[in-house]
Design a protein around this ligand. Sequence first.
Ligand code: HEC
Length: 79
Amino acid sequence: MGKEIYAKHCVKCHGQNGRGEMAGMPDFSWKGADRNGLSRSDPQLVGRIKVGKGICPAFHGILTDPEIMNVVTYLRTFR
Ligand code: HEC
């Protein structure tokens, strides 16, 4: 389910492999120190995705909390 939401709302910027389609994007497949936000806890990441960051749109009102949680779970599979 997270994969479907990612495909619909995130893939155009974050890419099929989670590495990002433009310069300066986080690489979700990066396993090292925090360069992609994924070292945050699940609730922190959900909050982050709700408010957005820079070019990353705010998904509050577009996706529900459980939907965002599913995407967060999917993001972690890129590692
Ligand atoms: C319009 C392009 C775009 C879309 C659509 C988009 N993002 Fe992003 N995202 C970005 C960019 C650019 C950054 C880097 C922002 C920065 O560091 O200033 C980013 C950063 C992030 C980060 C890291 C935040 C952090 O704290 O470092 C996460 C997590 C993230 N996006 C998740 C998502 C999810 C999940 C979706 C879909 C629900 C999504 N993004 C949709 C462009 C996008």
